[in-house]
Design a protein around this ligand. Structure first.
Ligand code: MIG
Length: 853
């Protein structure tokens, strides 16, 4: 039996008969709304209405786009015109091109504003290109990309200057209804990655993907779609032996879409959109370069406060003050570091969003202050649906200000969610976003430090069918007008935007913490996310890796799973394995459904508690490293959780690994994802790599079997890395930063990675002083010559950290060093660990370190 059913039944009791009845009726109400209004928002007559109900969907009749009659060169590329419309090719950078087909379709509005792109074409520097005219074709090229255009059927191909074909069109077509289809040819060895959050293997080729945000009410492997869909994917054209050519394509169209990536026909990728414009971007380059470009276009995560990287404890729900206090007490008793406690919907007054129950939380502000003494913060859930209740000020106010989504006749539309019938703010309206931000004030003034945006697909309770708003619902689109077909997928993104903007207005000194379940391309500018209602099962644990990888390759780098699983009950072993893995993912939160037993680190007794504590502590020791990896994400769009192929793209076998991942530049995590298993095998990228617990060395590019009993996690460190570490504390704020710990993994003479650079980013961990020089970037370069190991430490930026000394550990030395010099002065070795070939010593902050062997 599927476990989510249990959850629904359990929660049904809490809902009451009225909401249940309205969920049962909702699919009919929705169908009726959709049939009553034609796509352009006009009421239908009775005959049409009858037809629309009886025959809701006609088969689309695709018409290809063809025959270009006129070409016009402009500063970035070309515009080509035909009777069917026009095509433009614009270079934004030598390695990034935008292609747009504007197809004439009578009576169909084809464009709504883009909410994905944050840097439009006119904000990119111009790119020198060369155009070559051939008989029935044109070539336009930069020094990185060639676009070829067939003038007869208006098809494109994209290639590298050396002739590798990246994307080859089969055709571009549309229907009279305004649907679009773009088909491209797939090469035999081509692999495809991304598309946001999917319960599918990491390589998306061979699957049909729907891009329509959906609350699946619990999901398992292969369920599609889920909450957060992104029309972006990365292609790797692997040709035995060499590094593959990699490209990224992003379709800037948030309509309902289906991407059939070689499922129906292995050699064809078919991209169908229910409406909008066919505008896509293609970039070429290495994986890191592609993510840099993609996030230059659609934006990056803003820096999170350091405490967001701490451990979060959640459940549905810690539903009264005494329970939250008890939790905080338990965290202290069991010495579990923790930075945030989450409050779920049971804190609300009758499920009214943005409120809290005064009886169960009589002094929320007092509670928040009390928790802060240990450096712990409260995060509160905020749902978009506003209960239909004239006695509830948010509803009254929203009605008065016309902030809710309406039917084409202007009437506010209501759909059932937790509180019963709800109205939905229209976040595509600028004044509604501002209004929403103001509604957050009471929660923020009560000391809530972060907001968790749930059910913003948006989800509605429907006994069957698509559990969301009808497609005819009207949206403002910055006052240009449009409907839910275009407004659905961006709903979560814009709710997150309104939330972030509200937070920044109310607390201009704090980095706004927003966690959003749903979203679309560009969500990363406003929020972090998590992988929704997973299951307490080993399958679900394993699925976390491809899900987080896929999100990261789609620009959403700050995510993580409900640790332990949301629905169902993990045993101590499963919970422990989950903690171990998620300790290396950006969002590290234990969470579980209503009605399940306690799912806290101490819920399983020993030996689990000690192991779990050790890993949460390790997370805190690694905060300087993790914060730096998170900074790379914010500065360059590199996700913290990366595929193994990132480190060694030339190794073709790594492109299929989705049961291991990299965390930042230095760590590789190969967790056990099978019940009872104490070992597993993994193929490492080119090394050498140190096994973390033993310092045993592995060269990489061959499968290794690793012994991983429950006390350990498969964890490797890249040779030549310098890992910055700190101390453990009750929370990130309570750590003592008397000195920095630098852990150096010596490169090996055999294949010393030449000039491998490790980065350490530091700032105050909160606030915006980093924007005015209040940050510091350190670069460590390790070099090795005969009998000598050198570390150079280059620092940039004015931030002054609280320490002056460094505790340096060097692993992997063949023998005890003869002498160690920091900036010319000799320092004594404090400890030698002969088993792990390590030495430890204290040195001041240095620029040059020399170890004589
Ligand atoms: O309809 O707020 O994914 O984390 O605990 C379910 C209750 C609503 C879904 C979220 C989950 C949360 C739950 N929510």
């Amino acid at each position: 039996m599927r476990q989510p059913t249990v959850t629904i039944l359990q929660t049904a009791k809490a809902l009451g008969a009225k909401t249940l009845a309205s969920a049962a009726l909702y699919p009919l109400r929705k169908a009726l709304a959709e049939a009553t209004w034609s796509p352009d928002g006009c009421p239908r007559n009775r005959l049409e209405l009858a037809r629309a109900i009886v025959q809701p969907r006609r088969q689309p009749d695709w018409r290809p786009f063809r025959d270009i009659q006129e070409t016009e060169r402009d500063s970035r590329g070309l515009v080509l015109r035909s009777d069917d419309g026009q095509v433009s090719v614009q270079f934004l950078a030598p390695d990034l091109v935008a292609v747009e087909y504007r197809m004439n379709v009578a009576g169909v509005a084809t464009s709504t504003p883009t909410y994905a792109v944050s840097r439009p074409a006119d904000q990119w520097p111009s790119v020198p290109t060369v155009v070559t005219e051939l008989e029935h074709a044109l070539l336009i090229q930069s020094d990185r990309l060639v676009v070829g255009i067939d003038l007869q059927d208006a098809r494109l191909l994209l290639a590298t200057p050396s002739g590798t074909l990246l994307r080859v069109d089969i055709d571009v077509a549309r229907t009279t209804g305004g649907a679009i289809r773009h088909r491209t040819a797939l090469a035999p060895g081509e692999k495809l990655y991304g598309l946001g959050e999917r319960a599918l293997p990491w390589n998306r080729r061979g699957h049909v993907h729907r891009l329509w945000n959906r609350d699946p009410a619990g999901y398992q492997a292969d369920d599609d779609p889920l909450y957060l869909n992104i029309p972006t994917y990365l292609g790797a054209l692997y040709d035995d032996g060499a590094s593959p050519e990699t490209y990224l394509v992003f379709y800037d169209n948030a309509h309902d879409a289906v991407f059939d990536l070689g499922a129906t026909t292995p050699a064809i990728a078919e991209h169908r959109f229910a409406g909008g414009t066919l505008r896509y971007y293609v970039a070429v380059g290495s994986i890191p370069a592609l993510l840099e470009r993609y996030t230059e276009l659609t934006g990056r995560h803003p820096l999170q406060p350091l405490w967001m990287l701490g451990y979060h404890q959640s459940r549905w729900s810690y539903d009264n003050e005494a329970r939250v206090r008890k939790l905080a007490q338990d965290l202290s008793t069991h010495q579990i570091p923790c930075d945030a406690i989450h409050l779920d919907i049971d804190i609300l007054e009758g499920f009214r969003s943005l409120t809290w129950d005064q009886e169960r939380f009589p002094d929320l502000a007092g509670l928040a202050t009390e928790l802060r003494q240990d450096g712990r913060r409260l995060i509160s859930i905020v749902d978009p649906g506003i209960k239909r209740d004239l006695g509830y000020s948010v509803y009254r106010d929203g009605l008065r200000g016309q902030h809710f989504c309406t039917l084409p006749n202007g009437r506010v539309f209501h759909a059932p969610v937790w509180p019963g019938d709800c109205a939905f703010p229209d976040f595509t309206a600028p004044d509604t976003r501002a209004w929403w931000g103001d509604q957050l004030r009471p929660l923020l003034r009560a000391g809530i430090a972060g907001l968790w945006n749930d059910v913003n697909e948006p989800a509605a309770f429907a006994a069957f069918g698509d559990p969301t708003l009808p497609r005819v619902i009207r949206h403002s689109f910055e006052n240009t007008g449009g409907d839910h077909r275009a407004g659905h997928n961006i709903y979560g993104t814009l709710m997150a935007r309104a939330t972030r903007e509200g937070l920044l207005r109310e607390q201009p000194e704090s980095r706004a913490v927003v966690i959003s379940r749903a979203g679309s391309a560009g969500l990363q500018r406003y929020a972090t996310s998590w992988t929704g209602d997973n299951e307490s099962s080993w399958e679900s644990l394993a699925l976390t890796i491809p899900m987080v990888l896929g999100l990261g390759l789609s620009g959403i780098g700050f995510t993580g799973p409900d640790v332990g699983g949301f629905s169902g009950v993990p045993d101590g072993e499963l919970f422990t394995r989950w903690v171990q893995m998620a300790a290396f993912m950006p969002f590290f939160r234990a969470h579980t459904a209503k009605g399940t037993p306690d799912q806290e680190p101490w819920s399983y007794g020993e030996p689990y508690l000690s192991i779990v504590r050790r890993f949460i502590q390790l997370r805190y020791e690694l905060l300087p490293y993790l914060y730096s990896a998170h900074w790379q994400m914010c500065a360059r769009g590199w996700p913290m959780v990366r595929p193994l192929a990132w480190a060694d793209p030339a190794d073709g076998l790594l492109w299929d690994v989705d049961d291991a991942f990299l965390c930042g530049d230095a760590f590789l995590i190969a967790p056990v994802v099978e019940k009872g298993a104490v070992s597993r095998s993994v193929r490492l990228p080119q090394g050498p790599w140190y096994e973390f617990w033993t310092n045993a060395l592995t060269t990489g590019r061959e499968p290794v079997r690793l012994f991983s009993p429950l006390e350990t996690l498969g964890l490797f460190v890249r040779a030549g890395s310098v890992i910055p570490m700190g101390e453990i504390g009750a929370s990130s704020e309570k750590r003592v930063e008397k000195f920095l710990r630098l852990v150096l993994y010596a490169p090996l003479p055999a294949n010393a990675p030449d000039g491998l650079v490790s980065e350490l980013y530091e700032d105050a961990g909160e606030g915006f002083a980093y924007r005015d020089g209040g940050s510091r970037l350190s670069r460590f370069t390790v070099s090795q010559e005969e009998g000598r190991l050198g570390v150079s430490w280059h620092r940039e930026g004015a931030y002054v950290p609280p320490y002056e000394h460094v505790e340096l550990t060097v692993h992997g030395l063949a023998r005890a060093p003869r002498a160690v010099y920091a900036d010319g002065d000799r320092y004594a070795i404090a400890r030698i660990d002969a088993v792990r070939h390590s030495v430890v010593l204290g040195v001041p902050v240095f620029s040059d370190l020399r170890i004589d062997l």
